[in-house]
Design a binder for this molecule. Structure first.
Ligand code: PEP
Length: 258
């Protein structure tokens, strides 16, 4: 049994306007309260689009909710002529505690490199937020059997030059691309293989304390029906959840895996 607090993070992607966001967070709060959810046993984090963050902040603050929230991306710049970008200061002002970076959809559609992903993680951490650094292989890589090497390469490139103390403060999300939004979940054993290899690499590169402290999530068609088995794996500390996080009852059920 590790000391790592389990974490369920709901990545809403480009879904839900601010009215729907209000509805979902209120619904989630109610589901968790009715079920007597213990946030010490599992953190519940929502990751809405930027345009919903102010609404989520208002709902959370109004009822002093223990639900946390974060953003789907962040700029590496502080301010200035970067049209369309959002800075860390803007996010912290809105009460964000988490920032996702390196999601495969951003790597693919916005050509984000491991170095850029690492710089975003650095920026988020320096601003006092917790980076959720995503990694994961495409189907061809999985079929070629080089998925572990590929994923470790992504992480090592992003965290090059980092201190062990800083690495211990981030969250890593392993999301095999072939399992995202496809209904095709990696088996618990597949997910454990890579999450275990990530922890072993953290141990090798940054030492035992960091490997023990860093949370590693699985993402890819995680849902109420498979979360218990996933969470039973020794190196899986939670999930990054897309589709199943858009409904209050299914996301709440996943937070209550224990
Ligand atoms: C994701 O986008 O991070 C994700 C895991 O999506 P889904 O749960 O829908 O596969």
């Amino acid at each position: 049994m590790s000391n790592r607090t389990p974490l369920m993070a709901g990545n809403w992607k480009m879904n839900l306007d601010h009215l729907e966001a209000n509805h979902l967070v209120q619904g989630l709060a109610m589901e968790l309260k009715d079920a007597g959810h213990d946030f010490a046993k599992c953190e519940a984090v929502v990751i809405p689009p930027f345009t919903d963050l102010r609404t989520v902040q208002t709902v959370v603050d109004a009822d002093d909710l223990e639900i946390k929230y974060g953003a789907q991306d962040v700029s590496i710049h502080d301010n200035g002529a970067y049209t369309g970008e959002i800075s860390t200061a803007m996010l912290t002002k809105l009460g964000c505690s988490y920032v996702v970076m390196g999601h495969s959809e951003r790597r693919e559609y916005h050509n984000e490199s491991d170095e850029l992903v690492g710089a975003k993680a650095r920026k988020a951490l320096d601003a006092g937020m917790t980076p959720i650094l995503c990694c994961g292989e495409a189907l061809e890589i999985r079929k070629a059997g080089t998925h572990v090497e590929f994923v470790l390469g992504q992480i090592r490139a992003a965290l090059k030059g980092w201190s062990a103390e800083d690495v211990a403060r981030i969250v890593i999300a392993y999301e095999p691309i072939w399992a995202i939004g496809t209904g095709e979940t990696a088996t618990a054993a597949d997910a454990q293989e890579v999450c275990g290899a990530i922890r072993a690499a953290l141990r090798e590169d940054f030492g035992e304390a960091t490997a023990e402290a860093t949370r590693v999530l699985y993402g890819g068609s995680a849902k109420p029906g498979n979360i218990v088995e996933l969470m039973a794996q020794p190196d899986i500390d939670g999930a990054l959840i897309g589709g199943a996080s858009l409904k209050a009852d299914s996301f709440a059920a996943m937070c209550r895996f224990y």
